[in-house]
Design a protein around this ligand. Structure first.
Ligand SMILES: NC(=O)c1ccc[n+]([C@@H]2O[C@H](COP(=O)([O-])OP(=O)(O)OC[C@H]3O[C@@H](n4cnc5c(N)ncnc54)[C@H](OP(=O)(O)O)[C@@H]3O)[C@@H](O)[C@H]2O)c1
Length: 357
């Protein structure tokens, strides 16, 4: 049986689970069965910016519906592609549904790119599917960590690398909002020893964020006024316009770089740089991990990027194992429940939702 979890693009809390015919494949195509996926605030951001950033285009659905992109593992169920064996396990970008039809190109032992026509205008890092055998960061016993953290940690890694690459814009402090989020604390972990870090979080998540031990200081959003006014970079993961304004107004010219990374607080005026011109200090600029990745592909080559990222991941994985409690759900109903809970911002930061479909 095949199914889709459909999300109303104009009202993300309206969802429907529908049975659909199992997709058929033609020559040069493969049918993947979605197997195990994760759900975090990042997936909500894909939907919130689904139109603006074209995230809805990856896995089209008939209006008003959309299928939200997820990260995880799938398995080749049928293959009409020479060299791609049925049963191959692949990590990548999957829809909220049971199946995905792909048209592999650049196929080798490491995986392939999906050359389906509707994906060609979309950023290439999202179109790759990776086998497990040749992936230097893959560890069978840590698949759930990979499901939850791989795209987030790649962003944390690229963000820390981007800041280091720019000598932290001469700053001695990095302030990171939504400090309890996986993307934020991954960056803080990597910035340890390179700069002083201050995490900004909501009142309820101060205890959790402090317990991680990767921030030099943790403040609530109401305590922005306590930030030292020395040269600072701001890493805005929360995407909350009010907090961003408070940070800019408090730090003024001492704020030497302001990077907008996410919009975890999508319920609180999501705004990527709106009103930016009127803010004191450095102008907020969107940090898009694939941009820094492209730079490092040129500097280090793809194998160098993989090696550096894998080395960082192998340092982070054993540590983060103690920071997250993986909650494993089963089947499409669990996926639907996790979507609604994450959308409502009700997930505790220690929780990592993984669904076996
Ligand atoms: N630019 C890029 O390339 C890129 C790549 C990956 C991720 N990101 C972004 O990074 C952000 C964090 O993603 P994640 O998956 O790491 O998050 P996560 O671990 O699921 O984050 C949970 C935290 O986010 C905040 N939060 C979540 N939902 C909220 C809501 N509805 N209202 C208020 N606060 C909410 C809370 O943090 P606090 O209490 O600490 O505020 C919560 O503890 C997302 O916006 C994501 O899109 C960007």
């Amino acid at each position: 049986m095949a199914w889709d979890l459909l999300v109303d693009r104009a009202d993300l809390a309206r969802t429907e689970l529908v049975e659909v015919p199992t997709p058929r494949i033609g020559a040069g195509q493969a049918l993947l069965k979605v197997d195990r996926v994760g759900m975090t605030a990042n997936n909500v951001t894909y939907a919130v910016f689904g139109d603006a950033m074209r995230y809805w285009d990856f896995f089209p659905a008939e209006a008003p519906w959309g299928r939200v992109p997820l990260w995880g593992f799938g398995v080749v169920e049928h293959s009409a592609v020479p060299g791609l064996a049925e049963g191959t396990r692949l990590y990548g970008y999957y829809p909220t549904g049971s199946h995905l039809v792909v048209e592999p190109t650049k196929l080798d032992a490491r995986g392939f790119r999906d050359a389906s026509a509707h994906r060609q205008h979309l950023p290439t890092p999202y179109n790759g599917l990776t086998t497990t055998g040749e992936d230097p960061a893959y560890e069978a016993a840590r698949e759930d960590l990979q499901v939850l953290y791989r795209p987030l940690f790649l962003t944390s890694f690229m963000l820390a690398d981007f800041l280091t690459d720019n000598d932290l814009f001469g700053a001695g402090t990095a302030v990171i909002s939504s400090a309890s989020s996986k993307t934020a604390y991954g960056a803080a972990f990597l910035l340890q020893g390179r700069t002083r870090t201050v995490g900004l979080t909501s009142e309820a998540n101060v205890g959790f964020t402090e317990s991680l031990g990767c921030y030099d200081q943790v403040l609530t959003y109401d305590e922005v006024g306590q930030l030292p006014t020395s040269r600072t970079v701001y890493i805005d993961v929360a995407g909350n316009a009010g907090v961003r304004r408070a940070v800019h107004e408090h730090l003024g010219e001492a704020l030497v770089h302001s990077a907008v990374v996410g919009a975890a607080h999508h319920t609180a005026e999501p705004d990527l740089g709106g009103g930016a011109g009127s803010l004191p200090g450095a102008r907020p600029t969107f940090f898009f991990a694939p941009d820094q990745m492209r730079k490092r592909y040129a500097d280090w080559g793809p194998a160098g990027v993989e090696r550096e990222h894998a080395a960082a991941w192998r340092r982070f994985a054993p540590v983060v194992e103690g920071w997250v409690e993986v909650i494993l759900g089963t089947g499409p109903e669990a996926l639907q429940a996790d979507w609604l809970e994450t959308l409502a911002g009700q997930t505790r930061p220690r929780t990592g939702h993984v669904v076996q479909l």
